[in-house]
Design a protein around this ligand. Structure first.
Ligand code: NAD
Length: 288
């Protein structure tokens, strides 16, 4: 059984809050780092709302939710990650930001067997590993959105990830969190996004060209292919900024036109139309 009891999560957005939630429900001590107090408040509200919803679906008591919530601490200071055995980085999909986080984690995390993981969707793990003095302990643990409901984790080892880090990470994801693990080589996009992103970008190109409306594109894939949601609704759920960043990483790695972000996606991100999290993307939503 996994020996990992103290987890750090850096970045408490859509993904970081979900990762904190599943770790706390699994009985682990969790510490979330966000950039300032308002972002901590937003993270805390998101986790409380999601845990309460999940508890109802799983028939858990208020006391169980309270205990899980009490296992999550919050900080703005990365130095507080010193005693963590596993830190999952889930900051925005920007290489510079992630490199800085890994370099800083390397300086503050004391345990020299601690695992430094990234939830990146597309940035090569090797690049993040080389920002540290311990590349053997750096790995990709890629969760899916929404984390409490999605059963998959992609495990991505770099050329330098050591076997202990890989086996302890796999054990944690399966035995502690109950996720199914698939393994991918360290290439931008790994398995799922290398397949998914070209599909999402095609739907945006279809909309942009006036070929069909957003509603008809989405209904086409829901009713015609039995997908749980259409590609534009899914892009709104992922976040248009994240989708754009992942497409840019894929395009930079492979230089294939199918990964090139369509101008409409870039313009919408510039306009702050980020999807559900901003209240408007291809559709409009109640502000969270
Ligand atoms: N959105 C998805 O569907 C999805 C799915 C799988 C993986 N991912 C990946 O997860 C990561 C996070 O994505 P997200 O959707 O949660 O983004 P998000 O924009 O919802 O959250 C990112 C959070 O990181 C915080 N942040 C930025 N810099 C920070 C720092 N230095 N320290 C601490 N916090 C910092 C921001 O304040 C923000 O709250 C990205 O790498 C993304 O590619 C996203």
């Amino acid at each position: 059984m996994s020996d990992i009891e103290r987890i750090g999560v850096v970045g408490g957005g859509l993904m970081g809050s979900g990762i904190a939630e599943v770790c706390a429900f699994a009985g682990r001590d969790v510490l979330v780092r966000e950039i300032d107090t308002p972002m901590i408040d937003a993270t805390q509200r998101r986790i409380e709302k999601s845990m309460t919803r999940a508890a109802k679906a799983r028939d858990q008591s208020e006391a169980e939710v309270g205990e899980a919530l009490a296992r999550i601490g919050y900080t703005t200071d990365l130095k507080d990650m010193a005693d963590r055995q596993l830190v999952v980085e889930a900051v925005i999909e920007a290489e510079e930001e992630k490199l800085a986080v890994f370099s800083d984690l390397d300086k503050v995390v004391v345990d020299d067997t601690a695992i430094l993981a990234s939830n990146t969707s597309s940035i090569p793990i090797m690049k993040l590993a080389m920002a540290t003095g311990r590349p053997g302990q750096v790995i990709g643990i890629h969760f899916f959105n929404p984390v409490p409901r999605m059963g998959l984790v992609e495990l991505v080892t770099s050329l330098l990830t050591n076997e202990e880090t890989e086996s302890r990470s796999a054990e944690f994801a399966t035995d502690v969190l109950g996720k199914q693990v698939i393994r991918s080589q360290d290439r931008a996009g790994f398995i799922v996004n290398a397949l998914l992103i070209p599909y999402l970008l095609s739907s945006i190109r279809m909309l942009e060209s006036g070929f069909a409306t957003a509603e008809h594109i989405d209904v086409g894939m829901v009713e015609g292919c039995h997908h749980p949601m259409g590609p534009l609704a899914l892009t709104d759920l992922i976040g248009l900024d994240t989708t754009l960043a992942v497409a840019e990483s894929l395009y930079e790695e492979f230089k294939e036109p199918l990964y090139a972000p369509p101008p409409l996606l870039s313009r919408m991100v510039e306009a702050g139309l980020l999807g559900r999290k901003s209240g408007r993307g291809f559709y409009t939503y109640d502000a969270r």
